[in-house]
Design a protein around this ligand. Structure first.
Ligand code: NAP
Length: 274
């Protein structure tokens, strides 16, 4: 099977690429900067430069592939990205390119993606999901909660956003990669939305305490207080999102139809600890 992974250089995408190669797939990765894919070259993947915001760059990338995986996001990162330009419009361009190539499409989205979400990222993921459902392309959507490894990196640096007591459902990115790989390889999963949640919830304060314990040294925790997040929220999406994570129900419970990632948060955090 020939697979194009957009976002293949990222935290989730790198794991998916590795697993697909191990399962015998021919993998192509699209990146805006080939130097970001250097860690993948030893796997024998093909790297092409392109940008989901530029439709013309997607045609050669999708040519000849059976499945396109979208593990991109524009919430943060280099290149002036935004959820609107990458998650909504960029995914629309990629879906159109997959359509032209006759490929199926696996979209990595977010538990809670909805048109009325307080987070623009979640609204843009919803738009991408809708676009995909209406495209005529055979599709699978994988919705995930927050990756614990990403937040372990942030909180492990001693930064807690807001009051930090809100319970948040986290999953290991490794469990999400397992599911994405599985649905890529299994055509019976087309037309399905697969939700992946974590085994339990943690607050940012609990995550900070756990990372301190695992690192074996107390570290001063720098707090970005809620009042400051509120003040900055009208200026930028990141404090806006942090405010939502600090104040809105993030437990993702109950989601009876969701798959629960088998990796315990303790195991994931131990592996992520510096
Ligand atoms: N992190 C979480 O907690 C979380 C939770 C639920 C769902 N997700 C979803 O999981 C997926 C992977 O997230 P992640 O945290 O692993 O991502 P990440 O490590 O931050 O990587 C982001 C990826 O997006 C690519 N990208 C960004 N803008 C692009 C553009 N304009 N054109 C082409 N590629 C672009 C980047 O590629 P280059 O820089 O190489 O171009 C990079 O590979 C995303 O769809 C995300 O929304 C994440």
């Amino acid at each position: 099977m020939r697979v194009l992974v957009a976002g293949g250089t990222g935290r989730l995408g790198t794991l998916v690429v590795r697993q697909l190669v191990e399962r015998g797939c021919t993998v192509r990765v699209i990146t805006r900067d080939a130097s970001r894919a250097e860690h993948l070259l030893a796997l024998g993947v093909e790297v092409v430069e392109g940008d989901v915001r530029r439709p013309a760059s997607l045609r050669p990338a999708t040519q000849g592939v059976d499945v396109v995986v979208s593990a991109v996001h524009g919430f943060a990162g280099p290149g002036g990205v935004s959820p609107e330009s990458v998650d909504r419009d960029g995914n629309a361009h990629l879906i159109e390119a997959a359509n032209q190539a006759g490929a199926a499409f696996v979209l990595v989205s977010i538990v809670g993606a909805a048109p009325d979400s307080p987070m623009e990222l979640f609204r843009c993921k919803y738009d991408a999901e809708q676009r995909l459902r209406e495209s005529g392309v055979p599709w699978t959507i994988v919705q995930s909660v927050a990756f614990v490894e990403l937040w372990a990196d942030i909180v492990g640096k001693g930064i807690v956003l807001g009051g930090g007591d809100n319970a948040i459902n986290f999953v290991s990115v490794h469990d999400v990669a397992d599911v994405v790989t599985e649905v890529v390889l299994d055509p019976r999963q087309r037309g399905q939305v697969v939700k992946v949640v974590g085994p339990r919830c943690l607050s940012f304060n609990q995550l900070a305490a756990e990372m301190q314990r695992l690192c074996g040294r107390p570290r001063r925790v720098r707090r970005v207080p809620r009042w400051l997040l509120r003040g900055l929220a009208h200026l930028h999406r990141q404090p806006r999102a942090a405010l939502v994570m600090d104040t809105v129900d993030m437990t993702s419970q109950p989601l009876p139809e969701a798959r629960v990632g088998p990796t315990t948060l303790e195991t994931a955090l131990r592996a992520a600890a510096p």
